[in-house]
Write a protein that binds this ligand. Structure first.
Ligand SMILES: [Mg+2]
Length: 188
């Protein structure tokens, strides 16, 4: 054993289907501002409100109870994973198993990395069976991740019809792979 060997906590989600979830530009309009007293708020026309598409995502995930959620949003870095997850409805919150950022990371390096590399780093560490990322940030995603990524609309998030259709299609693949694996293991 050398000095670099130490017991590592195995992250949750190994061998399971995982959805990487950004908040801003996914569950609500992307223009979220931060105020030291008010906390997060939207600077957008009045029809846009924070977390307005959360229930839509919960209903899209409903057929796939095995799919877990990993937060890939700056909310998890700023507020911590648990506090960020508390902003979600119970049906989504119950699926959250972690975040791409954790306290042992060197924060400036994490922040400087493109979103796609933050997610890919978590995939390598967590080893999900399969995964999908929902994000309005489209810059510098690794080429090998693009089939597991849905670019959401920066204002309408997941509610934009073509985005919604793409998510439903890719969730079916993610969910069915799990179902197929369960059947091959003799589960129902
Ligand atoms: Mg975003």
């Amino acid at each position: 054993m050398n000095g670099l060997d130490f017991p590592r906590k195995i992250p949750k989600g190994a061998g399971q289907p995982v959805l990487y979830l950004d908040f801003d530009g996914v569950l609500h309009h992307e223009n979220v501002m931060w105020h030291h007293r008010k906390g997060p708020y939207l600077k957008a026309p009045p029809e846009y409100v924070l977390f307005q598409h959360s229930d839509l995502l919960a209903s899209m995930l409903q057929p796939y109870p095995e799919i877990k959620i990993v937060l890939s949003t700056s909310w998890a870095r700023v507020y911590g994973c648990d506090k960020a997850a508390k902003r979600l409805p119970a049906a989504l919150r119950a699926r959250v198993i972690g975040a791409t950022f954790h306290s042992q990371m060197y924060e400036p390096w994490f922040v400087d990395a493109p979103r796609g590399m933050q997610v890919w780093g978590d995939v390598v560490r967590r080893k999900p069976r399969d995964w999908l990322a929902l994000d309005d940030d489209y810059l510098h995603w690794p080429k090998w991740c693009l089939d597991k990524y849905v670019r959401t609309h920066e204002w309408a998030g997941i509610s934009e019809p073509s985005v919604r259709a793409e998510i439903e299609e890719k969730l079916a693949v993610l969910g069915c792979k799990q179902l197929g694996a369960d059947l091959s293991e003799g589960k129902k």
